[in-house]
Design a protein around this ligand. Sequence first.
Ligand SMILES: *Cc1c(COP(=O)(O)O)cnc(C)c1O
Length: 392
Amino acid sequence: MRCELTIDLGAIRTNVTRLAALAGPAAYAAVIKANAYGHGLVPVARALENSVAAFCVYRADEAVALRDAGVATPILVLGPLERDELAAAHDAGAAIALWNRGAFLHDARRLATRSGTPVRVHVKIDTGVTRLGLDAANAADAIAAYLDDEAFAVGGAFTHLAAAEELESAYTLAQLERFSDALAPLAGRLAERGVVRHAAASAAAMLFPNSRLDMIRAGIATYGIWPSRETRHAAAHAIELEPALAWTTDVVVVRDVEAGRPVGYGCTYETTRPSRIGVLPIGYAEGLPRALSGAGEALVGGRRVPFVGRLCMNMSFVDLTDVPDARTGSRVTLVGRDGNERIDANDLAEAAGTIGYEILARLPSEMRRHYVEGGRARSTASIASARSSVPS
Ligand SMILES: *Cc1c(COP(=O)(O)O)cnc(C)c1O
């Protein structure tokens, strides 16, 4: 083993069960973009296909990969699409986020005509991220037109919140109000057509009950990672999360060196005592942030050991002096538990000056992933309760 990810699918199911119970009766859409936040797109989808109402992905090819793997759960593609990607998403029976006008609408109408099937859409409304979405001010007219347009099957209307992770209540509540104001003129028709309204990602789903609406779109919490330190402080009494991913490697060699010995590029670190320096076969090419040069820790033999020197492209260094048992082949935990110690993606991220999301999203897709079911199996009944109405 050089470098390996172990993913506990049981932990992922547990997180879904718990957050679904907290957010219910809202349906649960599991966000599995970015290779399921590094946990593996298809294995995660297979683990959740009977427990969630929908999957959210970013790209059309992710939707295609899910269908190729036999996953039949409704899918919503969140990202912008080129013409051929639009066709691929449509052929996969996925819904797309609709916010564009002009040429895109023209392509979508042609596609609907050609295939004899309306293009499934969830209309996106921008209420304050200033990213994708129709302007809230004139969204109602646009949605009304899509509802009347045979080329489209409107399955949902949604928005995205800018600052729920930071617990910016005033901004979040103002966004939710803009969203509900935008939809208010259509309330009757949306209900009649079963249009699913959704706004909350993980943080809002946990902390802003009136953001839950008909469905939540939970990404990071699905994997047992808190969206932010603030959300953890505010919601830890309401829900417990089980981190699902462990990232491990092993020591390639232990170098016994004298005091005053430089380590690594730039000689930025010099031993201050006779030291045992562990060389690890992992660097920034494997997704470990270079900002961990001389910052942050890993676990070896149940102890915390500091990264020292500059992190290289494929290698890095830890100081093993205080772990006398450590030797070539000793297991190193970058994320996960070892004895009584635990490092989660947010701990690693904090040491590197980033967020857990980035650590997870950058885990290379080609890295070996090993799937386990964990020790805390849940009954299928409690998992099934996470399933709610199915948007299309
Ligand atoms: C990524 C994403 C989510 C999930 O966010 P988390 O904070 O990981 O739960 C939800 N909605 C949209 C539009 C997203 O892009």
